[in-house]
Design a protein around this ligand. Structure first.
Ligand code: RUB
Ligand code: MG
Length: 462
C-alpha cells in the first residue's frame, strides 16, 4: 500500500542520527486496520500527509514524511521518527505538539493511541530555550540545600479576601515554610482583587522575613485572558517592590497554553516559571487510552523552559499516579540524563557526553548524571513540584519513592487542616522534614514535637 511505502521504514538505519525526534506510542487500531496500516496513517497525519495521497507532493515534501521505524506487535507499540525540520523554527513547543499529538488523537483509524515517551536529538535541543531560572537559583536565594523546598497552597481554594489570603501566607512562613503558591484559579476575583492581593502578600512577606531572618518565596498565578493582562500581572508583581528571587510566576500551562509558558520564559528569564498542569488528567491518566503521558508532558515543559512542573505524588497523595509514571517523569526532567519509558534522554546539546572530560559532572547513588553547574553545556534542569493530597506524614514515604530531595512540595490541606491551624501545620511540615534529615522515625520525633504529634494524630486517621 502506498501509504506504508511512504510512511513506514522498518529498516531505518539510524533513528538517533540527530535528524529525527522520536516517539513511542501505544496503539490499538480502529476499524479493521492492522497495526501497521494504522501506524502509517498516524505517521502521515502527524507529518506531511492526509487520508489520500495527494498529487501536490514534491520530491522534497516527501523527505519530511514521518516514518514508522519499529513495531512491537505483542505490546501494541509503534515507534515513529519525525524529521525535526518539520517543526517551526525558533523553539516553538506548541508547534511540535500540533503534529505529534494533534489530529491523530481524533482519527477514526485508532481506538487507542497514547504517546508514552519522546526523544529529542541534541541538535534540536539547541533550538529550544529550556529553563532560565532553576530550582538551584531558588535554593541559593532561600539558602536551602539538601532538603525539599517546603511549600503550601493557600486554602480555601477561593473566597478569602486579599488581606485574609496574605495572613495565611504569613502564618505559613513564620511557621517555617519556604514557599507559598496561589491556588491555580486565584486571579482577579471581585472579592480578592489582584493588585490588593499582591500588595498584601508583599507586606506579609516583609513581615515574615523580618521576624524569621529567612528569605521566602511566593508563586503568583499570572495566567490570564489575554497576553496584555498576563504581562500586566507580571509587571504589577515586578513593580511591587519584591526582591528578585522572592517571586515566581505560575502559568496553568494546559489551560493557558504553551504560548503563555514560552512567553513568560522569554520575557522573564530570571523569574522561576511554575507550570501548573490542571486538566492534564484528560490525556495523561492511564485508564484513558488516548493522549500522552506525564513523562511526555514534563519533557516538553523542560524544553519550553518551565523552571518547575507538577509531576505528581506517585500515588502517595490524592491524585492518581504511580512511581512508574510520576517518578520517571520527575527524574526525566531533573537529571542531565535518565531513562524514560523507552528512551534514554540526555539533555546535552552535544552528541557525545564524554563524562571524563566534564569535570563538573558527578553521578548520584542511582548513577544519574548530575551537572554541578547545569548552566554549562546542558539544558538546565526543571524541578518536579510535588503536590496534591500530601501532608507532613506523607513526606518521607514520598521521598522514599522519589529517591531524592530535589523537589518543591506544596501541601494545601496537609497544612491548613492541621487541628491547630496553618502556623502549626507549617511547623509540623518542618518537623517531619527535620525528622527525615536526622533519620528519625516521625513517631519518635513527635514525642517532643507537639505540632508533628498533632499532625500524625489527625492525618493518620484520614
Ligand atoms: C493541591 C492543589 C494542586 C494539585 C494539583 O491541594 O491545589 O492544584 O496539587 O495536582 P492539596 P498535581 O494539597 O490540598 O491537595 O500536583 O498532581 O498537578
Ligand atoms: Mg490547586
Amino acid at each position: 500500500d502506498s501509504k506504508q511505502a511512504a510512511y513506514v521504514n522498518l529498516e531505518l538505519p539510524d533513528p538517533t542520527n540527530g535528524e529525527y525526534l522520536l516517539g513511542a506510542f501505544h496503539l490499538v487500531p480502529g476499524g479493521d486496520l492492522n497495526i501497521l496500516q494504522a501506524a502509517a496513517e498516524i505517521a502521515a497525519e502527524s507529518s506531511t500527509g492526509t487520508n489520500f495521497k495527494v498529487n501536490t507532493e514534491t520530491k522534497f515534501s516527501k523527505t519530511m514524511n514521518a516514518l514508522v521505524y519499529q513495531l512491537d506487535l505483542e505490546r501494541n507499540l509503534v515507534w515513529v521518527a519525525y524529521p525535526w525540520r518539520l517543526f517551526d523554527r525558533g523553539g516553538n513547543v506548541q508547534n511540535i505538539l500540533t503534529y505529534i499529538v494533534g489530529n491523530i488523537l481524533g482519527m477514526k483509524e485508532i481506538s487507542a493511541l497514547k504517546l508514552l515517551d519522546v526523544w529529542f536529538p541534541p541538535a534540536m535541543l539547541e533550538q529550544y530555550d529550556g529553563p532560565g531560572f532553576t530550582v538551584d537559583d531558588m535554593r541559593k536565594y532561600l539558602d536551602v540545600y539538601d532538603r525539599p523546598i517546603l511549600g503550601t497552597i493557600v486554602k480555601p481554594k477561593m473566597g478569602l479576601t486579599s488581606a485574609e489570603y496574605a495572613e495565611v501566607c504569613y502564618d505559613f512562613w513564620v511557621g517555617g515554610g519556604d514557599f507559598v503558591k496561589n491556588d491555580e484559579p486565584q486571579a482577579n476575583q471581585d472579592f480578592c482583587p489582584y493588585d490588593k492581593m499582591v500588595m498584601h502578600v508583599k507586606e506579609a512577606m516583609d513581615k515574615a522575613v523580618k521576624e524569621t531572618g529567612k528569605k521566602k518565596v511566593h508563586s503568583f498565578n499570572v495566567s490570564a485572558a489575554d497576553f496584555d493582562t498576563m504581562i500586566e500581572r507580571c509587571e504589577m508583581i515586578v513593580n511591587a517592590g519584591f526582591e528578585p528571587g522572592s517571586y515566581a510566576f505560575l502559568i496553568d500551562g494546559i489551560t493557558a497554553g504553551w504560548m503563555a509558558v514560552q512567553t513568560i520564559r522569554r520575557r522573564y528569564p530570571n523569574v522561576f516559571l511554575h507550570f501548573h498542569r490542571a486538566a492534564h488528567g484528560a490525556f495523561t491518566r492511564p485508564e484513558n487510552p488516548i493522549g500522552f503521558s506525564v513523562l511526555v508532558l514534563s519533557k516538553f515543559a523542560r524544553l519550553a523552559g518551565a523552571s518547575g512542573i507538577h509531576t505528581g505524588t506517585a500515588g502517595v497523595g490524592k491524585m492518581k499516579g504511580t512511581p512508574e509514571e510520576d517518578v520517571v517523569a520527575a527524574h526525566g526532567i531533573q537529571y542531565l540524563s535518565s531513562s524514560g519509558h523507552f528512551f534514554e534522554q540526555t539533555w546535552t546539546k552535544i552528541m557525545e557526553t564524554d563524562k571524563d572530560a566534564i569535570d563538573l559532572v558527578h553521578e548520584d547513588s542511582a548513577h544519574h548524571v548530575i551537572l554541578e553547574d547545569d548552566s554549562w553545556r546542558g539544558m538546565k534542569k526543571c524541578c518536579p513540584i510535588v503536590s496534591g493530597g500530601l501532608n507532613p506524614v506523607r513526606l518521607k514515604p514520598f521521598i522514599d519513592v522519589m529517591g531524592n530531595v530535589d523537589f518543591i512540595t506544596t501541601m494545601g490541606s496537609g497544612v491548613h487542616a492541621h487541628p491547630e491551624g496553618t502556623n502549626a501545620g507549617a511547623k509540623a511540615l518542618v518537623q517531619a522534614c527535620d525528622a527525615y534529615l536526622k533519620d528519625v522515625d516521625i513517631a519518635e520525633y513527635a514525642k517532643d514535637h507537639k505540632e508533628l504529634a498533632q499532625a500524625i494524630e489527625f492525618f493518620q486517621k484520614t
